[in-house]
Design a binder for this molecule. Structure first.
Ligand code: GLC
Length: 480
């Protein structure tokens, strides 16, 4: 089965958030399971630059017609990495000005429309027509639209993955013209939403199947509170059997405390001494007092991630005798608050306001308790990394957190999105920390299977289901 997997960010080439982790690890497991996968991403300047010696041109200088008045020359490069084939699709424009991961989302609507069309053209150009087109998030949402409206690939199925309902890509009606599509596509069951064109909705309307990244989130987005204005559509997809929730996995090879070269000492479920060394080294590095329970957060400073719940708990954490490390960037007001708290308690609170993937590993390995009190969380990967590194998560019962952390089994779970509810859960964790109950929690977390092998099988089943639906449709005479 040939799968074209489209993502704006892919680890290790370009990483902003969890999507990069998924796009950098799920395709590899699909390859392991025997699928023929191409991961397509824009040819960002820094990727062409940093990976120059691994890059091979596949097809150069072909023209891609974008609409009646516009075409762009495109080049596809191939880049093999850890047994997975990546296509870097170069159409110049804004992508070629992206010089670091922080700039990955500086391109605009028209750049994404052009990228997706160029990727489809690249398939034709090299004679590799996918059985399944799998598009991720709003940036790639027009892949199903173009496959159905602009190709004759009636046997190719489309799957669309939502990693966060909060980012939809809502634009004006002029999107239709820019995309070179007929006016007839501007209807409620196709591209039209609230008088404009909504990318996420368009992807859902045209895909054979839609999935999101945990079973609980797939339920939640059918409600007004979590559906970000599209809960009616989500319910409709669910009624039609087209909405699925598949829990993300993690790359268990590069996140293995027994081998990880980024941490100070190695450890595993049967030999935990290395974890104490990691904790001591982290405290030294951050100037924190030793011998106290250490809580940690690796996240994005935002309300979504529950920092408005954490901030009011900080004084209580200190009073209870624990320390805290926060590694995050984002909301400047929240950053100021954490800076002040850290300045007042320099040997108890460390605030690291930067993106630092290596420090993140040292935090996962060195802390005792991992906080992730998200308002909503489509899946969340931090809690899985923490579990694997023997740190016990305290999470809010939502989305993928509810599907991976279980109260009293491998962590602590609370329901209400209030500082008091978070504090009660932290207090419960501190009460058992260090005792025999704790050892059991840590062991359960470290030995659970968070690899992709199970979830990738579910994707393969979903692809199969989408393909058989297509076969029925094409027998009924559908042209695309
Ligand atoms: C988004 C979501 C996060 C999820 C990730 C990968 O970043 O916010 O919950 O884990 O995508 O699917």
């Amino acid at each position: 089965m040939k799968v074209l997997y489209l993502s704006a960010e892919v680890e290790p080439f370009a990483k902003v958030g969890g999507l990069a982790d998924v796009a950098g690890s799920l395709p590899r497991e699909l390859v392991n399971q025997g699928l023929d996968v191409r991961v397509a991403m824009p040819a960002y300047h820094m990727v062409l630059d940093q990976w120059e010696s691994d890059i091979v041109p596949l097809s150069t200088g072909f023209d891609v017609n974008l609409n009646r008045n516009k075409s762009v020359p495109a080049t596809v490069y191939s880049l093999e990495h850890r047994a997975t084939s990546h296509w870097l699709v170069d159409i110049g424009t804004a992508f070629s000005r992206v010089t670091c991961s922080e700039e990955v989302y500086s391109p605009q609507r028209d750049d994404y429309l052009a990228f997706v069309q160029a990727t489809i053209a690249a398939c034709r150009q090299v004679g590799w027509i996918p059985d399944v087109v799998h598009a991720n998030d709003w940036h790639m949402a027009f892949a199903p639209v173009f496959v159905r409206e602009k190709t004759d690939w009636c046997h190719s199925a489309c799957v669309y993955s939502i990693h966060n309902m909060a980012y939809q890509g809502q634009f004006g009606r002029d999107t239709i013209e820019e995309a070179g599509l007929p006016e007839s596509t501007f209807s409620w069951d196709k591209l039209e939403t609230w008088g404009g064109v909504n990318f996420l909705k368009s992807g859902c309307a045209y895909a054979d199947h839609v999935n999101t990244v945990s079973p609980t989130y797939a339920q939640e987005i059918q409600s007004e509170d979590y559906g970000c204005g599209l809960w009616g559509l989500m319910r409709h997809l669910a009624d039609e059997g087209r909405l699925h929730g598949i829990l993300n996995g993690i790359d268990t090879e590069s996140h293995d405390p027994q081998l990880d070269p980024r941490i100070s000492a190695h450890f595993g479920p049967a030999s935990m001494e290395g974890k104490s060394e990691c904790k001591a080294a982290l405290c030294r590095e951050l100037g924190l007092e030793k011998g106290r329970p250490l809580l940690g957060v690796v996240s994005r400073l935002s309300e979504q991630k529950g920092f408005d719940l954490i901030l009011p708990c900080v004084a209580r954490i200190i009073e209870a005798g624990a320390s805290l490390v926060v590694l995050a960037i984002g909301d400047p007001t929240m950053a100021v608050q954490f800076k002040e708290l850290a300045a007042q308690n320099p040997n108890r609170i460390a605030f690291c306001e930067r993106y630092d993937a290596d420090l993140a590993q040292r935090v996962y390995a060195g802390i005792d308790i991992f906080l992730m009190p998200s308002k909503f969380e489509p899946c969340g990967l931090g809690q899985m990394f923490a579990l694997r590194y023997g740190s016990v998560p305290v999470v809010r019962k939502t989305g993928g957190l509810a599907d991976s952390v279980f109260d009293g089994v491998n962590g602590f779970v609370f329901d209400e999105a209030t500082p008091d509810a978070l504090w009660t859960a932290i207090d419960r964790a501190l009460a058992v920390h260090g005792g025999p109950e704790w050892t059991k929690l840590v062991h359960a977390g470290m030995t659970a299977d968070f690899s992709w092998s199970q979830s990738a099988k579910k994707y393969v089943e979903l692809y199969d289901q989408a393909l058989s639906g297509r076969r029925i449709l094409s027998k009924q005479g559908c042209t695309v």
